[in-house]
Design a protein around this ligand. Structure first.
Ligand SMILES: [Ca+2]
Ligand SMILES: [Ca+2]
Length: 354
């Protein structure tokens, strides 16, 4: 009797012990936060400002308050820059232009739950805070009557000839050049001889054919230059898609007075008449290079053999100087080789990189 009472007591004690254990030590597990997502800037975004607020979204299944460790830098494995950030954003400042940055966020719920997000990246804008020194949106001219006199060519011309307006690259207007007698003229005083960038957009005309060869596909291309029928002055430049060896190539060149330095592509381009191409030409005495970019991709470079002139004129389309009496353009471009629409021309006084 005494023995079975003891057994009952012991059993009760064990049951109470187990029951109390279950109550005071519940087997609920902490769940870690979700992985940080929806980054701003978006992953692989380009043209990001050099001061930018990084942000993301994140939550915890248990509703725990989260803190974040932010990793950031130019290394693919970014370094810790802020520990225990209490909000889902973090501002980085004074970034370098045209630089790729990497970042990631590690979320912590304060109860041992940790979740690391993926490494994201973005690239800052090439120009940083650089602004163009000249822009032409081709939305209409008020300066049609401007007369320019070229000391080199010894002639006076109007700034615009034989242009019409059409659909531009940005939904607004662009300027259409027909053929041998179309041009827009600018002073080269916009050009910094030491370094700079010219950007413009060009869409070929569907009826554009290269005259020197009877080919079926629309070829030929744009032309922006300082070179006339009568010759070039020292510090002239040209940017053009022309016809060479049976196919289009892209060229940009500078004339030293005794020789050209050409950035000349070997590639074969058949220009689509259904899209605008972004063309950029840069020059830099510091780098000793001229470069030509097509849709933000470097396609050719060469030596910068002379400082660009800033006392004369340059042209989009045909340079008319010395052409009186010629119903054609000068060699080698051909009268039909630059039929098309130009838009959004910009000049910078630094050599941008794309
Ligand atoms: Ca949690
Ligand atoms: Ca425009």
């Amino acid at each position: 009797m005494k023995k079975s009472f003891f057994k009952l007591f012991l059993l009760s004690f064990i049951l109470i012990f187990l029951a109390s254990g279950c109550v005071t030590k519940p087997t609920v597990t902490n769940q870690p936060p979700t992985a940080p997502t929806t980054p701003n800037p978006q992953d692989n975004e380009t043209d990001v400002a050099t001061t930018v607020t990084l942000s993301w979204t994140c939550s915890d299944p248990d509703g725990d308050t989260l803190t974040y460790d932010v990793y950031f830098g130019t290394l693919e494995n970014p370094t810790l820059v802020k520990e225990g950030n209490t909000t889902t954003s973090y501002t980085v400042e004074n970034l370098n232009p045209n630089t790729k940055y990497y970042w990631k966020v590690v979320a912590k719920d304060g109860k041992g739950g940790v979740k690391e997000g993926p490494v994201w990246s973005f690239t800052t804008a090439s120009s940083g805070t650089v602004s163009p020194v000249f822009e032409d949106h081709f939305e209409g001219y008020t300066n049609n009557d401007t007369q320019y006199t070229s000391s080199f060519y010894g002639e006076t011309i109007s700034s615009v000839r034989s242009i019409t307006y059409t659909q531009g690259v940005s939904g607004s207007m662009g300027v259409y050049l027909n053929y041998f007698d179309s041009y827009i003229c600018y002073p080269t005083s916009y050009l910094n001889p030491t370094e700079g960038t010219i950007i413009f957009y060009f869409k070929p005309d569907p009826n554009m054919y290269e005259v020197y060869n009877a080919i079926d596909n629309p070829k030929g291309g744009f032309l922006m230059d300082t070179v006339g029928w009568l010759g070039a002055f020292s510090g002239s430049f040209c940017i053009w898609a022309g016809f060479s060896g049976g196919y289009n190539n892209f060229s940009a060149g500078t004339w030293s007075g005794s020789g050209w330095s050409y950035a000349d592509t070997d590639y074969i381009y058949s220009l689509s008449p259904y899209k605008f191409y972004k063309i950029a030409f840069t020059w830099s005495a510091t780098q000793g290079k001229i470069k030509i970019y097509l849709d933000d991709t470097l396609i050719a470079e060469a030596n910068y053999n002379t400082q660009l002139d800033n006392q004369q004129l340059f042209f989009i389309g045909q340079n008319p100087f010395g052409q009186q009496g010629y119903n054609m353009a000068y060699w080698p471009y051909g009268p039909h080789s630059m039929i098309g629409t130009y838009d959004e021309s910009q000049i910078y006084d630094v050599a941008l990189e794309f």
